[in-house]
Design a protein around this ligand. Structure first.
Ligand code: CUA
Length: 322
C-alpha cells in the first residue's frame, strides 16, 4: 500500500502510533493535494493567460465571494490538521496512574535506566568499541512512565517505533509515557546533538511478555566474575575515559593511578601525584584540576554517585591497569 511506503517507520509498536500517524497522514495528504493542485493550476494559467492569447492586461476588481471562500476553506483545513495533531498529542500528557515508573539518565554518552526495584541497565554503546548487548526491557501492554534526567547537556529520548520523542534537559524534570503494544526489539536514539559521541547514544528497547519480563526483572543480577567491581562502577565513564590508553574526551584510566600529572588549577599549572584523594576529587569536582592537554567543562560532578566501597573498588581497579 502506498501509505506504507510513505511511513517513516514501518514498526507499529505503541499506543501512540495511531494518533501520531493519523496527524502525519492528514497533513501529508492535504499538502500533497495542494502541491499537485497548485502546480497544475499554475501550468494551466501560464498557458491560458499567456501574452499571445491576452496581449492586453486586464484589471481584476475584488471578488467578495472568492475572498470569503479562500479564507474559510484554509481555516477549516488548518483546524482539521490541528484537531488530528491535538487528539494525537493530548493522551501523551495524560499520565496513567498504574504505569511502571522508570528513571532514565541520558548523559554524554550513555543511557541509564533505573527500575522501581532499583534494577539498573546501562546502555553505553561504545564501551570498549564493542556494541553493548544490554537492552531497555519492558513488558508488553503495560504503560510505562519515564522520568528523564540529564546531568550535562540536552539529549532526547527517541523510539521511532513507539512514535515518542522527548528532550532530556538538565535542570528540568521531563517525563513521558507510552504502552508498548508489540513484542520485539526497537531502536532507541538520542535525537538531540550532544557532542562528539552523540551518534553512539543508540540502543535497543526490548519488549517481552509479562512472564518473560517478570523473570528478567526478578532475576538476580548476573555478576560477571571476571569483571572487576571497580570496572563495573566505572562503566558509565568509559565513553569519555578509555582503559587502554586511547585519548578520548578525558584522560585514559590506563596508567593513571600513581602517575605524575601536570594539571591546571584555576589557570595555575603545576604537577601532582594521582593518588586516591586526587581521583575522588576529580570525580566530585572534575573541573578543579584539569589535566594538561584536555579541556575543562567537559564533565559534570559525579558526587554522590558512588559509595565508599565503590571508591575503594575503583582505586583497586585503577591499580590493575598501570
Ligand atoms: Cu545525547 Cu545526542
Amino acid at each position: 500500500m502506498l501509505l506504507n511506503l510513505l511511513t517513516p517507520n514501518p514498526d507499529y509498536a505503541s499506543n501512540f502510533v495511531e494518533g501520531v500517524d493519523m496527524a502525519f497522514y492528514v497533513i501529508l495528504g492535504i499538502s500533497a493535494f495542494f502541491l499537485i493542485g497548485i502546480t497544475v493550476a499554475m501550468i494551466y494559467f501560464v498557458y491560458k493567460y499567456s501574452r499571445e492569447k491576452n496581449p492586453k492586461a486586464g484589471n481584476v476588481q475584488d471578488n467578495m465571494k472568492l475572498e470569503i471562500l479562500w479564507t474559510v476553506i484554509p481555516t477549516i483545513l488548518v483546524m482539521g490538521m490541528f484537531y488530528y495533531g491535538w487528539t494525537g498529542w493530548k493522551n501523551m500528557e495524560n499520565f496513567p496512574k498504574d504505569a511502571m515508573q522508570v528513571e532514565v539518565t541520558g548523559r554524554m554518552w550513555s543511557w541509564q535506566f533505573t527500575y522501581p526495584n532499583k534494577k539498573q541497565v546501562l546502555i553505553a554503546t561504545k564501551v570498549e568499541g564493542k556494541p553493548q548487548e544490554k537492552m531497555f526491557v519492558l513488558p508488553v501492554n503495560k504503560p510505562v512512565t519515564l522520568h528523564l534526567y540529564s546531568p550535562d547537556v540536552i539529549h532526547a529520548f527517541y523510539v521511532p517505533a513507539f512514535r515518542v520523542k522527548q528532550d532530556v534537559t538538565p535542570g528540568v524534570k521531563n517525563k513521558m509515557w507510552f504502552t508498548p503494544t508489540k513484542i520485539g526489539e526497537y531502536d532507541l536514539y538520542c535525537a538531540e546533538y550532544c557532542g562528539r559521541d552523540h551518534s553512539g547514544m543508540i540502543g535497543k528497547v526490548k519488549v517481552v511478555s509479562q512472564a518473560d519480563f517478570d523473570k528478567w526483572y526478578n532475576a538476580k543480577e548476573v555478576v560477571n566474575k571476571d569483571e572487576h567491581p571497580g570496572y563495573t562502577a566505572l562503566k558509565m565513564c568509559i565513553g569519555c575515559h578509555s582503559t587502554d590508553g586511547t585519548k578520548k574526551v578525558g584522560p585514559s584510566f590506563k596508567g593513571l593511578f600513581g602517575s605524575e600529572r601536570t594539571v591546571s588549577t584555576k589557570g595555575d599549572e603545576h604537577t601532582l601525584t594521582a593518588d586516591k584523594a586526587y581521583i575522588i576529587n576529580s570525580i566530585e569536582n572534575p573541573n578543579a584540576d584539569i589535566s594538561k592537554g584536555f579541556k575543562g567543562g567537559m564533565m559534570t560532578s559525579y558526587k554522590g554517585q558512588f559509595t565508599e566501597k565503590q571508591y575503594n573498588d575503583i582505586i583497586d581497579y585503577l591499580k590493575t591497569i598501570k
